[in-house]
Design a protein around this ligand. Structure first.
Ligand code: ATP
Ligand code: MG
Length: 497
């Protein structure tokens, strides 16, 4: 307290002396006195006091209030007024200079001391507050995240440069506007506008976050993908005083994500391609070696080759060629459909008739001991579908049903035409070995074969072809199966494709 340096501004010499002596007694240092506003300003500039005690009424052109306001504005020194007048007008004028206190004459040393100490404390608090505010403003202004604050009615009270840049709204235009005018967001996926996060915070009274695919509509109508959070500003307990929205530009991140996704897809495709090539080569090796060994045996035995053996070898060669041909056709089919070049020619047909004919033909071509029981309860089965693709679907499913069932059982082939929902539902049900549950969801992947069919020949392309044909019709395929009980494949196709 003893260190506080004070300038006394008082035009009455005797009063000035009294004040100086009181201040000295109180332990303050008086760095000088001034009898006019002008002198007060010069002494303040020169000596940099920590406090000015200023008489309101001064002789000369400049009164105490004018001098005080200049000292306060230019030098940031707190001023306490000494006044004999407490009239409204003086108080009002004095108020504009933001004084740190008044001491009304006549005053005691105690009054003086209280006024000085409170004034200094007030000044210190104000300086701290200003420093904090400046620090916060610098922080917000230099932040790369955009920040917008509103009051409790959603009116914009603050916008930082990053938010100006992102929204396209300048501070001068944005302040005082409804938040919904300058901060509009939409869902990028559904293209619908989203509720303003400020409105949501005001309603829910808690922090809210944006959905993943949100874009900001800027002032000029451009779209910028953003991420954000909005938090309530609570001043009094449980009372929202406003909302602060913090958001940031996600364009770059979104682009990187898209690129990353595309690269990942390409990597997967390349892996699949390699797997495809190696599996196909591998699959060709078996029939090729059958052919090679049969030819070698024919050569080796030369003239000793009996007609019977010759027939056996030739049958083996024919079988191997047939399976190679089938494999080639399957691979070509899958390749074509992967390239989006599958031929799709829907035409009017009667499904019941088609299925019956297909089963008849199937029984002739495929030599098997399983009965295929066809059942159709629907009266009208006219539809528009691609016959060739239907043929692929059902022959593959029937071949599987027979291949993965013990000989002698039967297969139920059901057809229902649901004219209300405009779909045909086909189901092929066998009483075979079934499919382990863990394998069921991967059956439609190229070359995937269940763990219980290792000893049964197959490539793992049949169901891929089936799925492609179903998809060409915009249909669906599903499977239910139980080990050692049987399997049912259900195909649902729109009646008219
Ligand atoms: P191919 O390419 O010669 O048809 P595949 O029959 O092994 O070979 P998919 O028809 O694609 O290949 O069938 C994939 C797998 O699904 C089969 O390997 C088998 O494990 C399982 N599967 C398919 N249909 C049945 C069925 N009806 N019963 C039991 N398992 C089946
Ligand atoms: Mg098959």
């Amino acid at each position: 307290m003893g260190q506080v340096r004070i300038l006394v501004v008082e035009d009455e010499v005797i009063v000035a002396r009294t004040i100086v002596s009181q201040l000295n007694q109180l332990g303050y240092t008086v760095i000088g006195t001034a009898s006019s506003g002008q002198i007060a300003i010069s002494k303040a500039i020169e000596n940099k006091p920590e406090l000015v005690l200023m008489d309101v009424i001064l002789k000369g052109e400049m009164d105490g209030i004018t001098a005080a306001s200049q000292i306060r504005e230019q030098l940031d020194i707190p001023v306490i007024f000494l006044t004999a007048y407490g009239d409204d007008n003086t108080v009002q004028r004095a108020k504009y200079t933001q004084p740190f206190g008044y001491v009304v004459k006549p005053f005691t040393p105690k009054d003086l001391r209280i006024a000085i100490e409170i004034g200094l404390l007030k000044y210190e608090l104000e300086r701290d507050l200003k420093e904090n505010r400046d620090r916060l403003a610098t922080l917000l202004n230099s932040m790369s995240d955009a920040v917008i604050a509103t009051d409790e009615k959603g009116i914009v009270t603050f916008i930082n440069p990053a938010a100006e840049l992102l929204t396209g709204w300048q501070q001068a235009d944005a302040l005082g506007k409804e938040i919904s005018q300058i901060f509009q967001i939409i869902d990028e996926v559904t293209e619908t506008s989203l509720e303003n996060p400020v409105t949501k915070v005001l309603r829910e009274q808690q922090v809210v976050y944006l959905n993943e695919y949100t874009s900001l509509i800027t002032k000029n109508g451009a779209r910028i993908p953003i991420g954000d959070s909005a938090s309530p500003i609570m001043r009094h307990h449980n009372k929202i005083n406003g909302v602060v929205v913090v958001f940031w530009d996600l364009s770059e991140r979104r682009q990187t994500q898209l690129l990353e996704k595309a690269l990942q897809k390409e990597r997967e495709l390349n892996q699949l391609k390699s797997l495809f090539i190696s599996t196909v080569s591998h699959e060709f090796r078996t029939p090729l070696s059958v052919i090679q060994s049969s030819v070698e045996l024919i050569e080796l035995q030369g003239d000793n080759l009996t007609a019977e053996k010759r027939k056996t070898y030739l049958t083996r060669i024919q079988g191997a060629i047939k399976s190679m041909k089938q494999l080639m056709e399957d691979v070509l089919f899958v390749g074509k459909s992967e390239a989006g070049q599958l031929d799709f020619y829907p035409q009017p047909l009667y499904l019941e008739e088609f299925c019956r004919e297909l089963i008849g033909e199937f029984n002739t071509i495929h030599n098997h001991q399983t009965e295929i029981v066809f059942n159709c309860q629907s009266e009208r089965t006219d539809a528009c579908m691609d016959e060739q693709l239907l043929y692929y679907i059902f022959t593959n499913l029937l071949v599987n049903a027979i291949k993965y069932s013990p000989a002698g059982g039967n297969i139920q082939f059901n057809l229902t035409c649901d004219t209300t929902n405009k779909v045909a539902i086909f189901s092929i049900q066998d009483q075979g070995i079934g499919i382990p549950e863990a394998d069921q969801r991967r059956l439609f992947e190229s070359f995937y074969r269940a763990s219980n069919v290792r000893s049964i020949p197959g490539t793992g392309l049949g169901l891929v072809i089936v799925k492609k044909c179903v998809e060409a019709h915009q249909g669906e395929i599903s499977v239910t199966s139980q080990l050692d009980v049987g399997t049912t494949f259900t195909v649902t196709l729109p009646l008219s494709s």
